[in-house]
Design a protein around this ligand. Structure first.
Ligand SMILES: C[S@@+](CC[C@H](N)C(=O)[O-])C[C@H]1O[C@@H](n2cnc3c(N)ncnc32)[C@H](O)[C@@H]1O
Length: 299
C-alpha cells in the first residue's frame, strides 16, 4: 500500500478502492463526472424502483442512499420520490460536501440530508426508511450478508432495497479494434478480477462474496426484481465522456500492474496518452459500454 496514504489510517480499506482513496475533492469530482456520463444507470434503476413502489402501494417518505458518493443517485432519488426526504450517507466528507452542493444546484436541497457514517458499524443508527438505495458500495464491506441483515433492519415493513453492483466489464473501444495482442481486454478483465479479490481480502471481517440474489436471501430479503442495466455511448464521444473514459483507463496501469502482462499495460499507456492520435481523448472510435446489476428486494 505504498504511496496513497493520506493519513486516514482508520480508513485503511478505502485506500484500496480503485487504487486510491475516495476521500478527496478530485475523487468526488471524478465520480460525479462518471455518474453524469453514465446517467442512464440511475434513470433506468429509479424507473424500475418507482414502478415497483407504486405497484406495491409503498408510500415513500424517507430514503437512505448508502455510499452516496457525490450524490448523483441522491438527487435522482429526490426527483423520483417527490414526497420523500433522502438521506445521503457516506464515510467521506469530500463526497458528502459534493452531494450537498449538487443538491443545492439542482434545487432539491430542502429534501436532502447528508450524514457521515462508516459501514458496517455506522449502519445501525441511520433510522428507518421506506427505501434503501445502495449503489456500488456493498462490495466495499467485508461481510456483505451481515451488512445486508443490518440494512434489512432499517427498512419499514414492505420497504424496498435497491442494490446496484457492477455488471460485465466496461469497454472504451470497439471489440474488433487492432490494439495489442488478441484477447487484450479479456486478459485485463482477469487482472481486474485478481485486483478485486485482493481488495476484498484486505477488508475487515471479510467473507467470500456470493451471488447477490443468494446473499439477499440469506439476509432475509425477498427478491422482487433483478435486472442488468446497460449504458452504451457510441462514437463520437463528447468531451465529458472522453474525459471519463480517460480517467478510468488512467487508473488501470497502477491498479493492474501486479496482475497484468506488461505488453497489455503498454497498450493502456497508448490509450491514455493525451496527445497521441491513438489516445482515447482523440481517437474517432472511442466509445463507452458499461453495465450494472440492479437487485430490488423487499424486507
Ligand atoms: C464507487 S462509490 C459509489 C457512489 C455512488 N453510490 C454511485 O453509485 O455512483 C462508493 C462510495 O461509497 C463510499 N464508501 C465506501 N466504503 C464505505 C464504507 N465502508 N462506509 C461508508 N461509505 C463507504 C465511498 O466513500 C464512495 O463515496
Amino acid at each position: 500500500m505504498a504511496g496513497h496514504h493520506d493519513g486516514h489510517h482508520h480508513d485503511h480499506q478505502h485506500d484500496h478502492q480503485h487504487g486510491h482513496s475516495f476521500d478527496s475533492p478530485e475523487a468526488a469530482a471524478f465520480l460525479e463526472l462518471e455518474g453524469e456520463v453514465l446517467a442512464g444507470f440511475v434513470t433506468q434503476a429509479t424507473a424500475v424502483l418507482t414502478g415497483l413502489a407504486e405497484h406495491r402501494g409503498l408510500e415513500v417518505r424517507r430514503v437512505l442512499d448508502l455510499g452516496c458518493g457525490p450524490g448523483v443517485g441522491t438527487t435522482a432519488l429526490a426527483e423520483a420520490f417527490p414526497t420523500a426526504t433522502v438521506v445521503a450517507v457516506d464515510s467521506s466528507p469530500s463526497m458528502l460536501e459534493r452531494a450537498g452542493a449538487r443538491a443545492e444546484r439542482l434545487r432539491v436541497a430542502e429534501r436532502i440530508e447528508t450524514r457521515a457514517a462508516e459501514f458496517p458499524d455506522g449502519l445501525d443508527d441511520l433510522g428507518t426508511a421506506d427505501v434503501v438505495w445502495a449503489s456500488m458500495v456493498m462490495h466495499h464491506v467485508g461481510d456483505e450478508v451481515a451488512a445486508l441483515r443490518q440494512v434489512r433492519a432499517l427498512l419499514a415493513p414492505g420497504g424496498l432495497l435497491a442494490l446496484v453492483e457492477r455488471g460485465g466489464p466496461s469497454r472504451y473501444v470497439p471489440d474488433d479494434v487492432d490494439l495489442g495482442r488478441p484477447g487484450l481486454w479479456e486478459r485485463l478483465d482477469r487482472a481486474w478480477g485478481d485486483w478485486f479479490g485482493d481488495m476484498r481480502s484486505d477488508l475487515p471481517g471479510v467473507t467470500p462474496s456470493g451471488d447477490y440474489v443468494a446473499m439477499l436471501g440469506e439476509a432475509g430479503f425477498t427478491p422482487v426484481a433483478d435486472e442488468e442495466l446497460t449504458v452504451v455511448l457510441d462514437p463520437p464521444l463528447d468531451d465529458r465522456a472522453r474525459r471519463f473514459a480517460h480517467g478510468r483507463l488512467e487508473r488501470m496501469p497502477t491498479q493492474l500492474a501486479p496482475h497484468a502482462d506488461p505488453d497489455d499495460l503498454a497498450v493502456l499507456d497508448v490509450l491514455i496518452d493525451e496527445h497521441g492520435d491513438q489516445g482515447i481523448l482523440r481517437r474517432d472510435d472511442a466509445l463507452l459500454r458499461a453495465s450494472r446489476l440492479l437487485y430490488v428486494a423487499s424486507a
